[in-house]
Design a binder for this molecule. Structure first.
Ligand code: NAD
Length: 335
């Protein structure tokens, strides 16, 4: 099957080519570096399938252009599908498939990495030692053992994150729209209402999807309900957080630490080398300037294991569609 693959980097090509070869699938993979949006959709002219990533814009305008050009299938190289207008896709008879699961350890372990960076101020320590500054002032941390960790969204990633934090000796609180027994089976883990989780947690980590009801879940009101000095971690989706409210929370001391791998306006920044340009996003620049904030650029998924899983599933999704097999990874409107 001929596929137009958008937002690709060298590593995407390497892993997708390897998975295509490994499966003996012979899909014709055509790579575009550019992001998919209405302005670039014409590149997919003549392709029955399009492959997209997290920051591609699959809103109604893009989908209509793709459909007019004969696209019948969209395969997402990610789990989240908040960037796809599913109603329009269904209306245009375009199937949308995704990678339902890939190494959840990649994201869960990255969230833990952000916690350790912040708590032990490892990002500052690393720079200090390189500068022959061996003083410890300003690097004081706290033990994770005995702290309460609140996990919002206890699905595949949230569960692994919970298991790791339990290994540190933390108490676990969970909030999920659909609670499951696997979470309560981990150590002393308990489900509570969101307000209780916010009020009792020393560390809050977000692992729920971006949906209308979770957009700006972290806002002025919910920040005010948190423990003073809380550590907030977001490896899920940028729009879960109202960044301006978080900035106010940091300035007032209500939020003591912020670790994020996602940012609400990240599509203008992430996955690009902008080191020779002047960043125009003042909110992002302000956030960067705080000494108790660490930001990574949507790299939580970026492990060999995860990229292998993503590529193999993407190739299998193309093959399933081409061969008329049941589409087990289809994103349907109901989900
Ligand atoms: P999952 O579907 O296994 O788990 C999501 C959990 O959130 C489920 O238990 C679900 O019931 C819960 N949930 C749904 N609505 C909720 C609500 N309103 N409030 C609270 N919880 C709610 O998904 P996953 O594989 O664990 O991934 C979680 C998220 O992580 C994804 O949606 C994606 O946005 C993000 N993610 C980020 C990266 C990255 O590189 N930073 C990579 C992969 C996934």
């Amino acid at each position: 099957m001929k596929v137009a693959i958008f937002s690709t980097k060298i590593y995407d090509r390497h892993f997708l080519d390897a998975a295509n070869q490994e499966a003996g699938a012979n899909h014709e993979l055509v790579y575009f570096e550019t992001r998919l949006a209405a302005q670039t959709a014409s590149l997919a002219e003549g392709f029955p399938a399009v492959c997209a990533f997290v920051n591609d814009d699959l809103g109604s305008e893009t989908l209509k252009i793709l459909a007019n050009q004969g696209v019948r299938l969209i395969v997402l190289r990610c789990t989240g599908f908040n960037n796809v207008d599913l109603e329009t896709a269904a209306h245009l008879n375009i199937k949308v498939l995704r990678v339902i699961a890939y190494s959840p350890y990649s994201v869960a372990e990255h969230a833990v990495g952000l916690i350790l960076l912040l708590n032990r101020k490892l990002y500052r320590a690393y720079n200090r030692v390189r500068d022959d500054n061996f003083a410890l002032d300003g690097l004081l941390g706290f033990d994770l053992r005995g702290r309460t960790v609140g996990i919002v969204g206890t699905g595949k990633i949230g569960l692994i994150f919970a298991q790791i934090m339990q290994g540190f000796g933390c108490h676990l609180l969970g909030y999920d729209a659909y609670p499951n027994d696997k979470f309560t089976g981990i150590g002393d883990a308990n489900y509570v209402e969101l307000t209780e989780l916010l009020a009792k947690s020393d560390i809050i980590s977000l692992h729920c999807p971006l949906l209308p009801e979770t957009t700006n879940l972290i806002n002025e009101t919910t920040i005010a309900q948190m423990k003073r000095g809380v550590m907030l971690i977001n490896t899920s989706r940028g729009k879960l957080i109202d960044t301006k409210a978080v900035i106010e929370g940091i300035k007032s001391g209500q939020i003591g630490y912020l670790g994020i791998d996602v940012y609400e306006e990240e599509e203008k920044l992430f996955f690009k080398d902008l080191s020779n340009t002047v960043i125009q996003d003042d909110t992002f620049q302000l956030l960067q300037s705080f000494s108790n904030v660490v930001i990574t650029a949507h790299q939580a998924f970026f492990t060999e294991n995860a990229l292998n899983d993503i590529s193999r599933t993407t190739i299998a999704n193309l093959t399933d569609f081409e061969q008329g097999k049941p589409l087990k990874n289809e994103v349907s409107l109901a989900k």
